[in-house]
Design a protein around this ligand. Structure first.
Ligand code: ADP
Ligand code: MG
Length: 643
């Protein structure tokens, strides 16, 4: 072993640079964070050759005094914290005092700054890797700071070799700049690469300007498909936007999560978000979101990663459950009615803070409206009474309308109801038309007279429902929609009172493998929870005695085989617990109307009303959309009308 000796400050800095300066974009990140910490209102970023030739960041922040200038380039020198106490509640983005020193050790760095508004003041300090000697002299500069980093890694050729193509490196820089622009709406941001202006964002102060900024950074489609999130609980606050599950991505590239203004990639947070989207996303699809979590700086440790990409929460579980429950509710609130309020720039704002947006409230609201159209009176209870039933609660009435494949019953009720209460409605197909015309001729009539998904006019090829609402044409994939409704019912029933079941008239015997027999024995209770009573009756034989009421029309054999296949796939009982919803989803698929089944108009209307009242009904269980809309405007454009 060689003798122990102290590293030169250059080498020490270069070693630190290994962590802090992973690539050109890390430098951009550090410099931008310094500008934000200096309360800049504008930054201009100029890049050449993806940052290998030049990275220049100019801001109009507080600046650095003449005396402090050399210190700024020194390692372990910071103006942001002074004690352990400060470290434990950092409010600034930087605090380690090593960014400039690290950057200066692997490049030629100059630092211009001025703390006063007279531009004749100003000083420049420079150091160029080799010796960390800082030279300083007066140089005019407007108030603020400019940092120029040239010839990155000129003195560490090995690290230069690790750089990827110019395009890749610049994309990283672009990401970093976009994130800062998202995190700091009040900051004006300009970015050029090789002399080309790529970004020029004015400070976004109003709500509208913020949305515009999000649209220009994340794409207009994101904003059009996003809902606003805002929730406060205790000292935690989560605000931002999440895209509807149908706007999912094949990569996790539109996921921006900020904790106290700091972009982070945190396992706990990613997990909470994923879990919130669990039920509505295709496997392998990624949700898109821009979210800001604010909490007491003392309850989050930001000093766990040199580049500060990660944080540690004092109460990780509380953060997890807060993020999860907020987003879960936002996703649950994505119903057709919520979306039709106006896709305009995420104008809808489900308020997860309030009690779960009650299905009942929604339902009463929505059920009243079609009735107004039919007759101008009555309540949901009357629907049931009209059909000669005992009075039902609204929830029951609604649940009936989608009890599995049992659509026709409720449709019959609806028809009876129409006959009894709405003699003036001539044909069902004209209901929407009447309503629309009524609304048009009577300016006081609310648009809401037509329910969000409108009234069915026809069925196309046994697959799609065509409906007319106040805006135009609605298209519904009836199998996908019904599958979601059945699934939500099954989950709800399982969680509240157990899935209603029904004995089979003739128990069904099935030949299965020994492994499947074992599964049936091991998971009898689980099957029970799912509304399935199944026993092993002989070697390699099982018998199904009871099935969920809502699946009475399903192909029982296929259903049971598929559930067994799910169980086999999920292996241990732990994993099965986790995948209970997958199993219910499989069951729902069997219980929902199949393509190519003819539905009557009342059946279709019953389905539309159920969609309006069902959480997450905008997507099927696999994350595909269940419905689409063509407004009159869309149709006019399609036919070049009114141009
Ligand atoms: P840190 O940000 O962790 O304090 P840095 O090495 O990034 O460490 O910066 C060192 C110090 O230089 C900062 O604490 C700050 O006082 C000063 N500084 C750096 N950049 C700027 C800037 N753009 N405007 C004003 N002061 C700056
Ligand atoms: Mg810093």
């Amino acid at each position: 072993m060689a003798r122990i000796k102290k590293l030169s400050s250059r080498l020490a800095n270069q070693i630190a640079a290994g962590e802090v300066v992973e690539r050109p974009s890390s430098i951009v990140k550090e410099l931008l964070e310094n500008s934000v910490d200096a309360q800049a209102s504008r930054v201009s970023i100029d890049i050449q050759a993806a940052g290998t030739k030049l990275i220049r960041v100019r801001d109009d922040g507080l600046g650095i005094t003449e005396q402090d200038l050399p210190l700024a380039l020194d390692r372990h020198a910071t103006s942001k914290i002074g004690s352990l106490d400060d470290l434990e509640q950092v409010r600034s983005l930087g605090f380690r005092g090593e960014a400039l020193a690290s950057i200066g050790s692997v490049s030629r760095l100059t630092l211009h700054s001025n703390t006063e508004s007279q531009s004749s003041r100003g000083f420049v300090a420079s150091c160029s890797g080799r010796d960390m000697q800082v030279e300083q002299k007066p140089a005019p500069h407007p108030r603020g700071t400019t940092v120029e980093v040239r010839d990155l890694f000129f003195n560490t050729p090995a690290r230069r070799k690790f750089l990827r193509t110019e395009r890749t490196e610049f994309n990283h820089i672009d990401d970093v700049v976009k994130r800062i622009a998202l995190a700091q709406f009040g900051l004006g941001v300009s970015l050029t690469h090789n002399g080309r202006q790529l970004l020029d964002l004015r400070p976004a102060l109003s709500e509208q300007e913020r949305l515009r900024r999000v649209a220009s950074l994340c794409g207009p489609a994101f904003v059009e498909n996003a809902v606003e999130v805002e929730r406060v609980a205790g000292d935690m606050k989560l605000v931002g936007w999440v895209a509807q599950p149908t706007f999912s991505r094949s990569q996790a590239d539109l996921q921006h999560f900020f904790v106290n203004g700091r972009y982070i990639r945190d396992k706990l947070v990613v997990h909470a978000v994923r879990q919130a989207f669990n039920d509505v996303l295709y496997h392998g699809r990624h949700p898109a979101f821009v979210l800001f979590l604010e909490l007491d700086p003392a309850s989050v440790d930001v000093n766990v990663h040199p580049a500060k990409h990660e944080v540690r929460f004092r109460d990780g579980r509380a953060v997890h459950s807060f993020v999860y429950s907020t987003l879960h509710q936002s996703v649950a609130d994505l119903r057709p009615d919520a979306l039709s309020v106006g896709t305009a720039a995420g104008a809808t704002s489900p308020s997860p803070a309030s009690a779960p947006a009650g299905r009942l409230d929604l339902l009463t609201g929505e059920l009243r409206n079609p009735q107004d159209v039919f007759s101008g009176g009555g309540t949901a209870t009357d629907v049931a009474l009209a059909a000669g039933e005992a009075p039902l609660t609204i929830a029951q009435a609604e649940a009936m309308s989608v009890a599995g494949a049992n659509l026709s019953e409720s449709a019959a009720q609806l028809a009876t109801y129409q006959r009894l209460y709405a003699p003036h409605v001539k044909s069902r197909g004209s209901v929407a038309e009447n309503a629309v015309m009524q609304a048009a001729s009577d300016p006081d009539a609310e648009d809401a007279a037509v329910p969000p998904l409108g009234f069915a006019i026809a069925q196309l090829r046994g697959i799609y429902i065509l409906a007319e609402n106040a805006d135009g044409l609605i298209l519904v994939d009836m199998h996908a929609a019904h599958e979601r409704i059945v699934y939500e019912r099954l989950k709800e029933a399982r969680d509240s009172h157990g899935i209603p079941r029904q004995p089979l008239l003739v128990p069904l015997s099935l030949a299965v493998s020994q492994r499947e027999c074992d599964l049936v024995e091991r998971f009898t209770d689980l099957f029970n929870n799912f509304g399935l009573q199944i026993n092993v009756s002989a070697e390699e034989q099982i018998v199904v005695r009871e099935i969920p009421v809502s699946l009475q029309r399903a192909d029982v054999e296929q259903l049971v085989r598929d559930v067994l296949a799910d169980l086999l796939q999920h292996g241990t009982s732990d994993r099965i617990k986790q995948h209970e919803n997958d199993i219910l989803s499989t069951m729902a698929c069997h219980g929902s109307v199949r393509a190519n089944r003819k539905l009557t108009v009342p059946e279709m209307n019953a389905l539309l009303r159920s969609m309006e009242a069902t959480e997450r009904s905008g997507q099927c269980n696999h994350g595909r959309p269940t419905w689409a809309r063509l407004t009159m405007g869309d149709l006019d454009r399609l036919f070049s009308r009114g141009r």
